[in-house]
Design a protein around this ligand. Sequence first.
Ligand SMILES: Cc1cc2nc3c(=O)[nH]c(=O)nc-3n(C[C@H](O)[C@H](O)[C@H](O)COP(=O)(O)O)c2cc1C
Length: 261
Amino acid sequence: MIFYFSATGNSLYAAKSLDRETISIPQVTDLPRLHFEAERIGIAAPVYGHEMPQMVKEFIRRAEFRTEYLYLILTYGNRHANAVELAERVFREAGKKADYIRTLLMADNFLPAFDMKQQAALDKHVEEQLAEIRGDIEAKTRKIEEVTEEDRAAHENYLRTVGFRPETIWADFDFTDRCIGCGLCTKVCPAGCIHMEGHRALRTGGNCQACMACVHVCPEMAIKVNPVLGFQEPDPEARYRNENVSLTELVEANWRKKKPS
Ligand SMILES: Cc1cc2nc3c(=O)[nH]c(=O)nc-3n(C[C@H](O)[C@H](O)[C@H](O)COP(=O)(O)O)c2cc1C
């Protein structure tokens, strides 16, 4: 059993590659009871400002895992810094202990800094990394990836220069007049915070995770990422989705449909 949170498919692809039973965190996060039991339980999530998305942290805090082996895969695109240590702390503060934590380098979907065409074309040796991880999980290897002083310094530097929680600083998007009302953005938002008003998409809820799924998926490039702290999109026309994940899978993973009562 593996849980995942994924805006553009990287963590979903990692989850699919590691276990047959995949469960999307946005689809279970509202359940009153989060008790799960399996021989191995995994979580795959992206790194945002070297941390896990808020929703993933909240899930780890609330869930009860009955398992012999609890593992975490942190997908990232450029620099994980001390993400492993920061995640370990989340488990510890929730009274839990992960047996295995590892980072997995994939395409970087962070629009304010990277060109998605370039990212999609880079070979980051994902399959090789996944094969190693698969072997470790199969063998129930107990290992937390090492964090160096350099990693810690990178995060300290990030806090000094950026200094905000990722979801507060990186969620500065404008829903512009280019919107054609297709509603796709409402269906890939894992927080359910985009709604249609007539034929226009609007962000209404306050739970945005800054994942940028809405921006990546918009066929009209109608959601504009505003420059923040000198970060300006290198290519506002280039968008990303993991090549092994379909749009339907992303919608199934993230659409916070209101269940009929
Ligand atoms: C708001 C935001 C912040 C990010 N911060 C980092 C970061 O600090 N370091 C990094 O290497 N990648 C960072 N990334 C890139 C993602 O972690 C990476 O592309 C991840 O694999 C995306 O997974 P997904 O497709 O499952 O959403 C960030 C992405 C976003 C949207």
